[in-house]
Design a protein around this ligand. Structure first.
Ligand SMILES: Nc1nc2c(c(CN[C@H]3C=C[C@H](O)[C@@H]3O)cn2[C@@H]2O[C@H](COP(=O)(O)O)[C@@H](O)[C@H]2O)c(=O)[nH]1
Length: 341
């Protein structure tokens, strides 16, 4: 096998060789125009991470960075067999599902005096304690609870051994480089190694490692330890929601065979050719949307609130998918059960 391709190189290679997933140039431009209208707005800026999301920490201190680390360590696989029966967590008078149910559970635990963001706690937390911390208000538990427990113990032990128990120490070893932090994370923490192969090449998506770097940049408001000079090299995060919204917006298309399979709710295993094509083409699609948006902003002389990178586009599209859940009901998301996204 050749050397490991970066997520961006992987995505370009996959898009060039994809058989069941296609990028639609007209759709790409349409999404870029949708985003152009928001370019100078409050959404497409690093401050949106705190301003638009109640559950995210408002502080920019070490505790907030460790909140991001434990949350992104568990940031995977929230989808349920049926949308009518899923894990829900009530917090602060609201009910949360999916990724937000995890954040609500973390904040609920902290309110209950459980130090769930402290490595010294989760390095030895028991399965029963994790079940209690992540408990659902419905009879449907959060998926992969056993894996979440194993990963908490594994990750907590490594954070204690290598970084004195605080992710901020890991950030401070990255020389304010997003790429260095990304590689430090995947080298240190096995559960972040989102790598597979496609057409004989070793490819990487690093979805949770990239979103960890992005969320660290966001929680630190792009300042101080979070002032990464190369933050724009981070790509979108190849999860199961972005492909769904890109298909809904017409920027991504599936072959009839793949669409039929997804509509039937068939599972795709991690590393399966079609699963890799969905993730890789989504990532490349967002890169093309970003290029088109940058061209449009230059042509129109649009003012933007700082550089618009793939992180901000991803966050916007992910929030858009969340806000248009009903409209997107007819578009299937792909079902892969794994610890990587
Ligand atoms: N591409 C991308 N994927 C993201 C996120 C997030 C949340 N992060 C930011 C969002 C707001 C704050 O700004 C957070 O920073 C979660 N996910 C993924 O989605 C899936 C869960 O979906 P649902 O079942 O609908 O909750 C699961 O794979 C989860 O890993 C993102 O931003 N981008």
């Amino acid at each position: 096998m050749d050397g490991l391709l970066t997520p961006r190189e992987s995505a370009e290679f996959i898009a060039e060789n994809s058989r069941d997933v296609f990028i639609d140039g007209v759709g790409v431009r349409r999404v870029a125009e949708l985003l152009l209208a928001k370019a100078a707005g409050p959404e497409l800026r690093v401050g949106a991470w705190k301003a638009f999301h109640d559950l995210n920490p408002k502080a920019a201190d070490e505790a907030a960075v460790n909140w991001v680390f434990v949350t992104d360590t568990l940031n995977f696989s929230f989808w349920s067999e049926s949308d009518e029966h899923k894990c829900l967590v009530g917090y602060g008078g609201k009910t949360y599902s999916g990724y937000w149910s995890l954040c609500a559970a973390v904040n609920r635990a902290l309110d209950e005096g459980i130090p769930v963001t402290s490595a010294s706690y989760y390095a030895t937390v028991t399965l029963d304690e994790v079940r209690h911390i992540l408990r659902s208000d419905t009879d449907v538990p959060m998926p992969l609870i056993e894996e979440r427990h194993r990963i908490l113990n594994e990750t907590g032990k490594i954070l204690l051994e290598k970084f004195e128990g605080s992710f901020l120490n890991c950030v401070r070893k990255s020389d304010k480089s997003a790429q260095k932090l990304l590689h430090l994370v995947v080298e240190s923490f096995p559960s972040y190694r989102d790598v597979t192969q496609f057409e004989g090449k070793r490819i990487s998506f690093y979805k949770r490692a990239q979103i960890l770097v992005a969320d660290t940049w966001s929680v630190l408001e792009g300042k101080g330890d979070g002032c990464f000079k190369d933050i724009s090299r981070i790509t979108m995060f190849a999860d199961y929601r972005l492909p769904q919204v890109l298909v809904y917006l017409g920027a991504l298309k599936y072959s009839d065979e793949l669409l039929e399979k997804l509509l039937k709710g068939e599972m795709l295993s991690y590393g399966n050719r079609q699963e890799v094509e969905i993730r890789g083409c989504s990532l490349w699609c967002v890169e093309l949307i970003r290029n088109c948006l940058l061209e449009l902003t230059e042509k129109k002389g649009e003012k933007t609130s700082g550089e618009i990178n793939s992180i901000l586009l991803d966050y916007f599209l992910w929030d858009y998918a969340r806000d248009h859940r009903e409209d997107m009901k007819g578009i299937p998301f792909h079902r892969t059960r794994c610890i990587y996204y």
